[in-house]
Design a protein around this ligand. Structure first.
Ligand SMILES: Nc1ncnc2c1ncn2[C@@H]1O[C@H](COP(=O)(O)OP(=O)(O)OP(=O)(O)O)[C@@H](O)[C@H]1O
Length: 291
């Protein structure tokens, strides 16, 4: 697989606040990535650095294997639309579309019109007069129509109602299937996006705590529950993370390769073990947890 964008040893602080500490990640071509992390974990900061809108204290960004540095031409490969996008107060929606269409050679005007209709956006309206959800729709329309090799979306679904979120997910998958481009999506909608994202990068406490295909992570992620005394006897007990206690039943999270025999042994000791969903993985690897 060829790399689309790579960040190497990125560190950044705002004043005294350490935000990113020695972050290195390679985003390969032709995948949908989730950039995940709790509020304030540094996702938007990393996106700004990838888009060359913010110079990190240290570290480098490479696009298609080339160091961005002062090579601004490389930026034509990346379309970034951020949640907190600031367009000038007198911008109309159609002005915003025009700016993007001039910058990106690959911009698809027909697709823009199709999506505008789907999201029911009036392109003559001023951007500042749009609702929160309509602003998100405009961001999605510009990003998907730009059709850049690498599209980075920061919180694309903020304010979108359920029907519009479905339009976004369907169109993203269609666009991805048609183009094979790379999509990097910072999102909190983990449950809804679990089946769309192929690979997740989770940032927590300034570091990357997980960088893996979702299917591989789910394969290794289990919920174990039973009597505390029985569970404590498991050889990998120290690697387990306690989730809850209800009556005499304790529930733990474990991220570990296990074969059929391991699982059979656990069940023979009166302990239940099941695979879990990505939301549970996320909750257990963030906020101090590390796997
Ligand atoms: N321009 C700035 N000046 C000072 N601090 C900043 C600035 N931008 C971000 N921060 C701080 O850096 C940290 C990371 O912010 P960032 O917006 O990157 O997080 P995030 O993961 O995108 O958060 P969220 O999910 O809440 O949008 C936060 O503590 C934030 O307050």
């Amino acid at each position: 697989m060829r790399e689309a964008i790579r960040v190497e040893n990125i560190s950044h602080r705002f004043g005294k606040k350490n935000v990113l500490e020695d972050i290195s990640v390679t985003f390969e071509e032709g995948k949908i990535y989730g950039l995940l992390g709790r509020n304030g974990s540094g996702k938007s900061t990393l996106i700004s650095i990838m888009a060359n809108q913010l110079i990190p204290d240290s570290g480098k960004v490479f696009v298609n294997g080339e160091y961005i540095g002062k090579n601004m031409d490389l930026l034509e490969n990346i379309c970034t639309v951020k949640e907190k996008e600031t367009f000038s107060s007198d911008s109309r929606v159609k002005d915003i579309f025009n700016v993007y269409s001039l910058f990106f050679d690959s911009y698809d005007k027909e697709y823009e019109k199709y999506l505008t209709k789907k999201f029911n956006i009036n392109i003559k309206k001023g951007y500042t007069g749009l609702s929160r959800g309509q602003k998100s729709a405009v961001a999605i329309i510009t990003a998907l129509s730009a059709n850049a090799p690498i599209t980075v979306l920061d919180e694309p679904t903020v304010g979108l109602d359920e029907a519009n979120r479905k339009i976004f997910y369907d169109e993203l998958i269609d666009r991805y299937s048609e183009t094979g481009n790379t999509y990097i999506i910072a999102t909190h909608m983990i449950g809804e996006m679990e089946n769309i994202i192929e690979h997740a990068v989770i940032i927590d406490e300034n570091k990357v705590v997980l960088d893996e295909d979702i299917s591989d992570t789910l394969e290794k992620s289990y919920i174990v529950s039973g009597n505390e005394e029985d569970i404590r006897k498991l050889e990998f007990f120290d690697d387990m993370k306690h989730i809850s206690k209800v009556g005499n039943t304790d529930t733990y999270f474990i991220y570990r390769n296990m074969n059929d025999d391991d699982i059979k042994n656990i069940r023979e000791n009166n302990i239940a073990i099941e695979h879990t969903d990505y939301r549970t993985v996320f909750l257990n690897v963030t906020g101090g947890g590390q796997i």
